[in-house]
Every structure is written in C-alpha cells, then in structure tokens.
Design a protein around this ligand. Structure first.
Ligand code: NAG
Length: 240
C-alpha cells in the first residue's frame, strides 16, 4: 500500500507535469477564410489539431504540452475543386489536417518554444520562408518581457517582381530571397553560414522595413526573438 507521503509526491509531480503547457488561441481578423496549420518539431507527437478551417471573425484553441516546440501558419485560397484539398499558399501535403507536413513556402510563420517548469519561452514571427499573410503572436500572462511580435503589413502589395508568387494573376505571397534565388548569401549557408558573414540585403530589408519585429533572414535574431516566462498562453492573430 502506498503511504501518504508517496501519494502526495505523485499528486504534486502530476500537477507540475500538467502545468505551464500553453493554450494557443487562433483569431482570424482577415476578411477571408484562413486554414491554420500546426507542426510540432523535435520528432514529438503532433498536437490534437494540425490543420483546420477558420472563417473570418472566428476563434479556435489548441493546447500544447510542455516542453514543446513548433510552428503555426495560415493557408489561404484553399479549395477542393481539383478533387483534392489544396491551398494557393502555405499548403501542407494536400490535406486539411497537416499531419506532420510543414508549410510549402512562401509562408509567414509563428515559431514557439514552450520551456519546461515555467522557464523562458521563445517566440517569433518569421519571414525567413517568405510571407503570405499578416500575423502576430502575443503572450498572455507569464512574466518577463512578454511583448507581442507583430507583422501587420501586407507584404504582398509591393512585393518585388522577382519575389512574387502569383495565382490567377494575383500576388498571393512574397518569397524570401533565399527561396527565390537559393544563393548562400541569401540563405546564410556555406561561407555565409555565420552571423558575421550573413548580412541584411536589399531583399531582406523589404521585409524588415515593413515588419521590423519579424525575422527577415536567418541571423536576424537580435530584433526578432521574444521571451516570456512562467507559463504564458498565446494568441495568434491572422491580419492583426
Ligand atoms: C492559460 O489558459 C488556461 C486555460 O484557459 C488557464 O487556466 C491559465 O490560467 C492560463 N494561463 C495564464 C498564464 O494566463
């Protein structure tokens, strides 16, 4: 038979193991439907929702365990008219639930690391894989800096011609220079694989000037990584 002290310890341990997971709220403030996708990293099990439809004006939730790392994005222009479910931007394996498939770039990403035991969380909005729609990630509760990171601008509107992704004659997304040209100086690879060697370019600056809080290229860390501790929840807004 378990003695009382062991039982208390188990109850306390279980309380701790459930604490500090993050509740993620998705809000669609766009005038159009968005199909969010979620991807859990580090070979961990996927969340209970990996892809779903979020009509304009609607909200939905998903919980993460702790620790957790992964990313969120919003697909646009999805339809089943070709006989399968495909999206004009940020498609994930031709299915509504992404089931472990990532977003096909260009895609705006919200990246999140939920630390164990109320430790320091990291989060950001990234245009490293390009941009498809305005997005923000904002912590609620928690302690520390806990500032929202926001990319509210429509970067499709003035996307340089050589970076545009078009669909039916319309610019639906804006590629990063790494994606468009696949060159080491844009992708921060090879001899450009360090923060000292890989610098902003005229292309990354197109993104940075309009969305200063978002990552515009791989080593854009200083101005683009945000932190919050003590188990905040998060709201991810499309078209904030
Ligand atoms: C996060 O959301 C959960 C569920 O709604 C709530 O119980 C918890 O207090 C929230 N945490 C913070 C830090 O606001």
């Amino acid at each position: 038979m378990m003695n009382a002290r062991v039982a208390l310890c188990l109850i306390f341990a279980c309380f701790l193991c459930g604490a500090y997971g993050a509740k993620i709220t998705f809000v669609n403030k766009c005038s159009y439907t968005v199909w969010p996708g979620t991807l859990t990293g580090a070979q961990k099990p996927q969340l209970s929702k990996t892809g779903f439809e979020l009509p304009s004006g609607q909200t939905t939730f998903v919980d993460t365990p702790t620790p957790w790392e992964g990313r969120f994005w919003g697909r646009t222009g999805c339809s089943t008219s070709s006989g399968k479910f495909t999206c004009a931007t940020a498609n994930c394996g031709d299915q509504l639930e992404c089931n472990g498939a990532g977003a096909v770039p260009p895609a705006t990403l919200a990246e999140l690391f939920v630390a164990p035991n109320g430790g320091q969380n990291f989060y950001d909005i990234s245009n490293v894989d390009g941009f498809n729609l305005p997005m923000s990630i904002a912590p609620e509760g928690g302690s520390g800096e806990c500032k929202p990171s926001n990319c509210p601008a429509d970067l499709n509107a003035q996307c340089p011609a050589e970076l545009q992704k078009q669909d039916g004659g319309k610019v639906v997304a804006c590629k990063s220079a790494c994606l468009a040209f696949n060159k080491p100086e844009y992708c921060c690879t090879g001899e450009f694989g360090t923060p000292e060697k890989c610098k902003p370019t005229q292309y990354s600056q197109y993104f940075k000037q309009r969305c200063p809080q978002a990552y515009s290229y791989a080593y854009d860390d200083k101005s683009s990584t945000f932190t919050c501790s003590q188990g905040p929840n998060y709201t991810i807004t499309f078209c904030p």
